[in-house]
Design a protein around this ligand. Structure first.
Ligand code: GAP
Length: 440
């Protein structure tokens, strides 16, 4: 089985990600995040929020709505040809493809002839209010950042900000993708983490390079190896309709290189267009009285796409197993080596045996004690070796084992996922030791 299939299968089996509406045969390009997927996703979002808002000066948060006045999309250019893919349909099997993914003029599925390309707008349409007519049409946003631009004045004035400053937001976006593919890589509903850096036009190039480097370092700090990341300068003909300059940060997935984040110099495209369409003055006034539309440097990352990259990076197989003391050495073991901040479960609590009530009672007490400080799981089913491996497979950082000695010495065994080293720890010190190790 190739790596992609293994990761996808693990995601389903261990509660990370499920295809949406599975009992009704699914729905194309939509996925649900299970209990572990939610934790992982929240950890990624929190790591991004900390990086952008807490670490950097002058970046504030926002949570704008998914639904906006449809005039927003007129102004942003999303209702015109700029936000459309070219669609090719096979005359034989009727499958549809994005034109830029087709090398020859033949269907990659059945070899059939392809029809002439058609433009296909990616906006998801809906109606607002009880009457379904032209006047009630609106759209699910295809990018979160327009909510930031239309709140530019609100935030500038209410927070008394001065250029340069940033606005950051995390939220859902929707695109009617022709060809969703590669699991959660390209979906029709997804989340984005976007930061818009408003600056004086003369500083835009400098900040573009700054943010590009900052964003690459963020992935590296979260454990992505340098060789699995690259920054690709996008030529003018392939850039998004709003971008003066665009660099895609790509990750080396098992199916090839794929964009996980876009860094864009959007110039004054957005604020100028919104000024024109709304009639509101969205310029910035300098202390000397000069006015201009700030330039925007955007960093835009998909939560699901980056999560998929983090999953791929963390996935490790050890042929023959890591344990040398038990029979398990013959099996292939899987370890998800997530960095500490991203691991969805931090601590696994294990009674050595499940048929001794004194031990399970103590283990449950310890689980209760730990669970308000760390994301924990309690597991008493199967041999201790199997349970350790089950924890490794979902990337649990530490396992706490309660054994017969615990009842006398009030200590437990703490096992480290990566080194598999075990140490004896007093129960009274457990929380503070784990806090130091996990750094939470
Ligand atoms: N506001 C700019 C913007 O939306 P984009 O390059 O179209 O730029 C940014 O998207 C990021 O959003 C991508 O790098 C990717 O991580 C994520 N993304 C875009 N379309 C997606 C899709 N259909 N499925 C999953 N993630 C997607």
């Amino acid at each position: 089985m190739d790596l992609n299939k293994k990761v996808i299968s693990l995601c389903k089996r261990r509660g990370f990600i499920f295809p949406s509406s599975e009992i009704y045969e699914g729905i194309g390009g939509v996925y649900d995040f299970g209990p572990l997927g939610v934790e992982l996703k929240n950890n990624i979002k929190e790591a991004w929020r900390q990086e952008m808002i807490l670490k950097h000066d002058n970046i504030v948060g926002l949570d704008a709505s998914i639904l906006m006045n449809p005039r927003v999309w007129q102004a942003s250019g999303h209702l015109s040809a700029g936000f459309a893919d070219e669609l090719l349909e096979c005359k034989k099997c009727r499958k549809r493809f994005k034109a830029d993914e087709i090398k020859e003029n033949k269907c990659p599925e059945c070899g059939g002839k392809l029809a002439e390309p058609k433009k296909f707008n990616l906006m998801m349409k809906t109606f607002i209010g009880p009457v379904e007519n032209k006047a009630s049409i609106t759209y699910l946003r295809p990018e979160t950042c327009q909510g930031i631009y239309i709140n530019f004045l609100n935030v500038l004035n209410s927070m008394r900000l001065k250029l340069p400053f940033g606005m950051a937001q995390i939220g859902k976006s929707f695109r009617n993708e022709i060809n969703p593919k590669n699991f959660i890589f390209r979906t029709r509903e997804f989340e984005q983490m976007e930061m818009q850096w408003f600056c004086n036009p003369k500083d835009a190039d400098k900040y573009f390079d700054y943010w590009k480097e900052e964003r690459i370092r963020w992935y590296e700090r979260l454990g992505i190896k340098k060789e699995n990341l690259r920054a690709v300068e996008i030529p003018e003909k392939d850039r998004a309709h709003y971008a003066k300059r665009q660099v895609d940060i790509e990750y080396h997935f098992s199916f090839g290189w794929g964009e996980i984040e876009g860094i864009h110099n959007r110039g004054d495209w957005d604020l100028k267009n919104h000024s024109q369409h709304s009639g509101k003055d969205l310029t910035y006034t300098e202390e000397d009285g000069s006015k201009y539309h700030p330039y925007i440097i955007e960093t835009s990352v998909g939560v699901g796409r980056s999560l998929f990259a983090f999953l791929n990076e963390a996935y490790q197989e050890v042929k023959g197993g890591r344990t040398t003391t038990t029979k398990s050495i013959k099996e292939t073991e899987v370890v998800l080596k997530f960095p500490k901040s991203l691991a969805p479960v931090k601590v696994l609590v294990l009674p050595l045996v499940k048929n001794k009530p004194e031990i399970t009672k103590k283990a449950k007490e310890i689980y209760q004690m730990l669970k308000s400080s760390f994301m924990c799981q309690y597991d008493e089913v199967a041999s201790i070796g199997k349970r350790y491996r089950r924890g490794d497979e979902i990337g649990v950082l530490y396992a706490v084992t309660i054994d017969f000695d615990t009842l006398n010495d009030n200590s437990v065994t703490l096992r480290d996922r990566d080194t598999m080293k075990q140490e004896r720890i007093k129960i009274k010190d457990l929380i503070s030791i784990l806090k130091t190790k996990i750094n939470v």
